[in-house]
Design a protein around this ligand. Structure first.
Ligand SMILES: Cc1cc2nc3c(=O)[nH]c(=O)nc-3n(C[C@H](O)[C@H](O)[C@H](O)COP(=O)(O)OP(=O)(O)OC[C@H]3O[C@@H](n4cnc5c(N)ncnc54)[C@H](O)[C@@H]3O)c2cc1C
Length: 336
């Protein structure tokens, strides 16, 4: 693909809102590109709850996340948009002719007349351990996820955190590790009762405790100091591998440096889904405006509004909205 081809619209973020907006862009006959950092489409639904049932979309009494994404992808592909995955968009340049050049973290460029940001909460990154030396040990035995089980075989593993993932990782590691110790700031753990009970039975737990110091030779952590949150009593735990699950945080990466107005970590838009930069529109979880409805159904309205605004930005004489889909010539002709 020639990344320098000029597109009418580039939609950044292929969550549910970006996918539906891509379909609607085809309805308006615009040359459309959809880009996502992830290799799989579907945004938060694919990342967090593909197997859960979504029940608050009009006309759909219940559908699993995975099936909704499958149908959204099928619908988004109706007008054969260009889809780019695995690219994090970070840079923006406005060219002399008013078009935009987008840059990805890996150096690819995308040339476009308008942009619609459907970037949700950005890219999710783990919340890092805020202790001296933590960044240094990330290269060796401090982990923010459990990707390779074999690495933990026969080891003394200490897990910090009490979320679903911490519980799941503890249970996955218990059969193969020499020992699993879980340190958590609260007495309660998130996750299925059965999984929590299994972990409580087999792992060594320290609650309410937090890690206060990492000890090692500068290359690997060998020991951790933990402290009781109320009594301030300290313990020392021997550790071969340390796993931290303190949650995740959304990060817009470079986009929040583009000069867009931001409030409460969302892009401010008006009723036409226009941002403060002409030619850049936004929809879905990424936006804030009065009466915001932070639901997939809300994003399904914001996306087409943003797209109609982009269409009228490109052609001020264009109709305010697309033809009804029941009467859309291309859809009716092809029987889609
Ligand atoms: C557990 C859970 C359950 C939920 N249940 C419901 C429910 O029942 N009903 C409901 O209506 N809502 C529900 N929601 C909320 C719903 O998932 C969101 O409102 C919806 O996903 C927002 O869609 P979006 O397309 O705006 O953003 P997202 O789904 O967040 O997608 C944004 C996409 O943008 C991409 N991206 C971000 N930055 C960049 C960049 N710089 N370059 C390239 N790509 C980028 C991301 O990779 C991501 O794929 C739930 C959310 C969670 C977490």
């Amino acid at each position: 693909m020639n990344h320098d081809d000029l597109y009418d619209v580039t939609i950044i973020g292929a969550g549910p809102v970006g996918l539906f907006t891509t379909f609607y862009s085809g309805m308006r006959d615009l040359k459309t590109k959809l880009i996502d950092n992830n290799t799989e489409l579907g945004g938060k639904i694919t990342m967090f709850y593909p197997e859960k049932t979504i029940r608050d979309i009009g006309g759909i009494p219940g559908i699993t996340g995975a099936n909704l994404v499958k149908q959204l992808i099928q619908q988004a592909m109706t007008f054969q948009p260009t889809v780019v995955t695995g690219q994090l968009i970070t840079g923006l340049q406005r060219l002399e002719d008013g078009t935009f050049l987008l840059t990805s973290a890996t150096g690819e460029t995308h040339h476009t007349k308008t942009i619609i940001l459907t970037v949700g909460s950005g890219i999710f990154k783990p919340i890092k351990l805020d202790l001296d030396g933590a960044d240094m040990y990330e290269k060796t035995n401090l982990h923010y996820s459990v990707d390779e089980l074999a690495r933990f075989a026969g080891k003394r593993v200490v897990i910090s955190g009490g979320g679903n993932s911490a519980v799941d990782w503890a249970n996955e590691l218990l059969p193969i590790a020499k020992s699993v110790t879980v340190v958590h700031r609260r007495d309660d753990f998130a996750g299925h009762e059965r999984h929590v009970a299994e972990m409580r039975e087999k792992a060594q737990l320290f609650t309410p405790y937090s890690m206060v110091e990492l000890h090692g030779d500068g290359k690997r952590i060998s020991r951790i100091s933990i402290q009781h949150l109320e009594t301030k009593e300290c313990h020392s735990l021997e550790a071969d591998e340390v796993v931290v699950n303190h949650g995740i945080r959304g990060d817009f990466g470079g986009i929040n440096g583009w000069g867009l107005e931001i409030e409460d970590e969302r892009f401010v838009v008006n009723g036409a889904m226009e941002t403060n930069i002409p030619g850049i529109f936004a929809a879905g979880d990424a936006t804030t405006h009065p009466n915001k409805l932070k639901l997939i159904a809300g994003g399904f309205t914001e996306g087409p509004i943003a797209l109609n605004s982009a269409k009228r930005y490109l052609d001020p004489d264009a109709q305010p909205m697309a033809m009804y889909s029941t009467h859309h010539e291309k859809l009716v002709e092809t029987g889609k």
